[in-house]
Design a protein around this ligand. Structure first.
Ligand code: FAD
Length: 505
């Protein structure tokens, strides 16, 4: 039986172990943090499970539809656990804006597995951990740190054999296929680089964003349904210089996340303070009803995270594989701006590709080639889009409320190129936006693509989409421009600064 060593027992490590457990192999997960205390239930796990190795452990997390779909199709026992622990599961139709939801005539019983998991990360990780531990082919070691990789350089590629660890103060080697699931601070690339004279390439972009989250809990007797009945029910708003999002989690817990640009230093200093964070949230009409004092209470301080990156570590160069018997899964391979909420689903998707690679190939070179190539094919274009979104956010952060409101106009009209081609493309782009906003099926399709259910942007080339867009195009550019103008719901920068008593620079 083949030995598989998974370095790191976070989300990527656990989902890789669960996916690979369907193969006939021994799986060893090596985790440096302490084990979860068996006596803890999933309510106090949030406070008590010490996860130094995962600095984002207590931050807001939301999970793509593809995760639930995978669990419900392949691990229904895990889904039963989700339900038992009150994890909030949203059908895709509930993710549409209220006005589109009412237009949906599709029967929903055919796509019951199209659900989004909403719960605090420690809850999900704890359920994944318990489930992985219950599988006999998975062995999880705790308090063991991986300190190096074993292998040698053979010409253009490195053959990996295993890892070196520290167990109870002693060095110990483990041999087998190596999966790097050590997250954003994984040292595997630097260890591999020491075996060769050529550095590994990476595609990296600093996000320049600060992510501030705070947890709340609904008071007894309050239910989220109360808010769902509200026509203006929404999970957040984007004001250009600041974004708010609300995540309804399990058992009445919910969290609010604020995203600002690194340049907003005074705003950041204010939002770190619990009362000002709360005050800022109260200024958002869509969020304020959740925060009324008889409805909910804050249960954490504002937590913040900085220095985030979009980063893709490149293990294949000019079509040639640089490392064999080694597979990087999760943040150690592809890390994305947390705002996109894609990191865990990316890890899950890679874990499935990993299983396919092991099922399909015994030859180590072909196996790794397949894994890295399919990862690129499936996730590469979304990564490029996320980098563009980060650029766009940086641009918006320069603007104020008014500019942002007109941003659509700026995007369409401030192009240097002119002429018929430009007229056609900009009109098509606008009509496309209106079509998406007006058609629940098109919007659903885009959600499916963003949530890794269908190939990203594949709808753009379909005749049905083109016809819908052309129909809106005939309604005229001016008309479409009016429709896409953003309706902003919240204070502009000066108003928020006044509210929080911030001096403007
Ligand atoms: C603020 C913030 C918010 C986020 N929000 C979302 C979200 O809403 N949705 C989403 O999908 N993603 C989100 N993400 C991204 C998500 O957290 C990551 O993509 C995900 O955790 C990646 O999982 P991972 O297993 O690769 O890394 P991690 O979860 O970081 O796990 C790495 C594991 O490796 C262990 N480890 C590290 N070094 C060693 C060593 N030397 N030896 C042994 N073990 C080691 C660590 O202890 C840890 O357990 C967010 C990220 C941040 C920073």
């Amino acid at each position: 039986m083949e030995n598989i060593i998974i370095a790191g027992g976070g989300i990527a490590g656990l989902v890789s172990a669960i996916c690979l457990s369907k193969l006939n192999c021994h799986i060893l997960v090596i985790e440096r943090d302490q084990e979860k205390d068996e006596r803890l239930n999933n309510v106090n796990i949030f406070e008590s499970w010490k996860r130094k190795g995962v600095p984002q452990f207590k931050h807001n997390h939301t999970y793509l539809l593809s995760m639930y779909k995978f669990f419900s199709n392949e691990h229904p026992e895990l889904v039963s656990e989700f339900k038992k622990h009150g994890v909030n599961l949203y059908h895709i139709n509930e993710m549409l804006p209220a006005e589109l939801r009412s237009k949906l005539i599709r029967k929903t019983d055919t796509d019951l597995d199209m659900k989004k998991i909403n719960c605090r990360r420690p809850t999900l990780e704890s359920l994944l951990y318990d489930y992985a531990k219950s599988i006999s082919s998975i062995n999880i070691l705790h308090n063991v740190k991986v300190i190096n990789v074993l292998g040698e350089c053979n010409g253009s590629s490195i053959d990996v054999r295993g890892v070196v660890t520290i167990v109870d103060g002693e060095k110990k080697e483990f041999l087998g296929s190596v999966i790097d699931a050590m997250g954003q601070s994984s040292k595997f690339v630097s260890w591999l680089e020491k075996m060769t004279d050529k550095p590994f390439l990476k595609d990296e972009q600093l996000c320049n964003t600060i992510y501030i989250s705070r947890h709340y809990r609904l008071r007894n007797g309050q239910s989220e349904l109360l808010f769902k009945g509200n026509r203006n029910y929404s999970y957040g708003t984007d004001l250009g210089y600041i974004r708010f999002n609300l995540f309804p989690n399990e058992k009445g817990y919910f969290s609010i996340c604020i995203l600002i640009h690194e340049r907003e230093k005074e705003l950041f200093d204010a939002l770190k303070m619990p009362e000002l964070f709360h005050k800022a949230c109260l200024s958002i009409p869509e969020i304020a009803p959740w925060l009324e004092s008889d409805k909910s209470v804050p249960v954490s301080e504002p937590l913040y995270f900085r220095g985030m990156k979009n980063r893709w570590n490149i293990f294949v160069e000019n079509g040639s594989l640089r490392v064999k018997n080694f597979y990087a899964v999760g943040d150690s391979h592809v890390m994305t701006n947390p705002w996109a909420g894609k990191g865990c689903a990316y890890a899950m998707h890679q874990a499935q590709l990993l299983r396919q690679s092991f099922e399909k190939y015994t030859d180590l070179k072909m196996r790794a080639n397949f894994f890295y190539q399919t990862t690129l094919n499936h996730l590469g274009n979304i990564f490029v889009m996320l980098k563009k979104e980060s650029d766009y956010f940086n641009e918006l952060a320069e603007s104020d409320y008014v500019n942002f409101e007109n941003n659509v106009n700026l995007q369409v009209l401030n192009k240097k190129e002119q002429g018929l081609k430009y007229w056609f493309l900009s009109s098509y782009w606008l009509a496309y936006k209106v079509a998406v906003m007006s058609n629940p099926f098109l919007m659903r399709r885009i959600i499916e693509e963003n949530h890794l259910i269908k190939g990203y942007n594949t709808h753009l080339r379909e005749i049905g989409t083109v016809i819908k867009v052309l129909m809106y195009m005939f309604k005229g550019k001016r008309n479409n421009l009016q429709k896409v103008k953003k309706k902003l719901n919240g204070p502009n920068k000066s108003e928020l600064s006044r509210l929080l008593d911030i001096k403007q620079n």
